[in-house]
Design a protein around this ligand. Structure first.
Ligand SMILES: [Zn+2]
Length: 395
């Protein structure tokens, strides 16, 4: 965020690296992204600002950058964020919950919207409705429960804290389930689902699940991206893609999670499954949601059918997606593949949609907070049910 906008009431930024300029133009508030940096994918843009109390509605225009050859990405039709601006504007009314703003009108490379009057403490976000407050809500749920322990695992490259959470009750757990999210900082739906998963596991309804399994939760591995903000290429931190750093360990945040996971597995019930929550792309006509499964090239034959069966169970429970993404192979520096080399179990990547969810009738619908939040408990229920009946295939 430029220094000019930091002092520009009624907007306040939490985030030194958020990439927007805010100014006034003809009685409206104009929000413009700064030039995107290294664009291997698309023109992504995130902005998260706090709002002062306001008695009047604020008219806002988000003006997107003109497309340039240098920042058109590799994915045809996935290179202009302005085309999805009407789906990616969010307001926290001050209660800590993000609600998608309705009535956002896209006009060319601009989006027009109105922020309603309201008290101090609200947040407005474009593209990435998540900040450290959302993680701390999850951690507070853990602190408040006798069935969870919250652990500081270490610090990320720029000093942000990396957290882990263990959820379990009693001593009868038959296996360990690992859930990770926010390796890619702007893939906020993973943390949202994770928070609801934790809340569900700690609720009375979640008691059988936390007794049957030990849950190891890593809600925000890319801690710098969450605490300090994110800009530029959506996939990288200082030129490193966190999900290409497993076993390489250029990033201390990846090392911290890996060490914690392995040391816990040495002590407790064996690994039953691991899922890594991501978020699909910015393509207006394609949901970008998927469940990762073993690729067709044969080197994961052992678990291919099992991967597909879990994906199908999750899709049936949650209607997250209808797409199996054949991305998993042995020997890659990704989280699921690294886990295979360490434990013999190949985890699965889950991509949550930004823009479109299956509507259950063969079509698609716009995302809703309710469906995004329901996905966390649906994921927990699916893991619990599926793993009771389908242990990972041993060779
Ligand atoms: Zn990702």
């Amino acid at each position: 965020m430029s220094s000019a906008s930091e002092s520009l009431a009624p907007f306040h930024t939490h985030c030194p690296n958020a990439c927007a300029r805010i100014s006034q133009e003809q009685g409206r508030w104009l929000i413009q992204p700064e030039a995107p940096t290294s664009m291997a994918g698309s023109n992504w843009f995130t902005c998260l600002v706090g709002l002062d109390a306001s008695d009047v509605p604020l008219d806002v225009v988000v003006r997107w950058l003109p497309l340039r050859e240098t920042n058109v990405g590799d994915y045809t039709g996935n290179d202009n964020f302005s085309s999805v601006l009407d789906r990616v504007c969010f307001l926290d009314h001050g209660d800590g919950r993000w609600q998608r703003l309705s009535g956002v009108r896209v006009d060319g490379d601009e989006a027009h919207l109105q922020l309603p009057p309201g008290p101090q403490g609200r947040r407005f976000a474009i593209g990435m409705p998540v900040d450290a407050r959302d993680l701390h809500g999850l951690l507070e749920d853990g602190h408040a429960s006798p069935h969870a322990s919250v652990r500081l695992l270490g610090h990320a490259t720029r000093g942000s804290p990396v957290w882990g959470l263990t959820i379990n009750e009693g001593s009868q757990a038959q296996g360990t389930i690992v859930v990770q999210s926010l390796q890619h900082a702007q893939e906020w739906a993973g943390l949202r689902a994770h928070r609801q998963l934790v809340r569900f596991l700690l609720s009375p309804e979640g008691a059988p699940l936390r007794q049957r399994w030990r849950w190891l939760c890593y809600p925000a591995t890319n801690a710098d991206g969450l605490y300090l903000g994110w800009r530029g290429d959506p996939m990288v931190v200082d030129d490193y893609n966190p999900n290409r750093d497993w076993g390489v360990f250029s990033l201390p945040e990846i090392r911290a999670v890996a060490d914690d996971l392995l040391s816990n597995l040495q002590q407790g019930p064996p690994l039953a499954h691991a899922v890594d929550l991501h978020m699909g792309w910015n393509w207006r006509s394609n949901p970008g949601s998927a469940v990762g499964v073993a690729a067709d090239d044969g080197d994961l034959d052992q678990c291919k059918a099992w991967h597909y069966a879990f994906a199908d169970a999750l899709m049936a429970q949650s209607q997250l997606s209808d797409f199996h993404w054949q991305i998993h192979r042995k020997g890659r520096p990704t989280f699921p593949s690294w886990l295979m080399s360490e434990t013999g179990l190949h985890g699965q990547t889950i991509e949550i949609s930004r823009h479109l969810w299956p509507d259950g009738k063969g079509g698609q619908e716009l995302p809703s907070q309710e469906r995004e939040e329901r996905f966390g408990p649906d994921l927990a229920r699916t893991l619990d049910r599926f793993l009771q009946q389908n242990p990972y295939p041993q060779t």
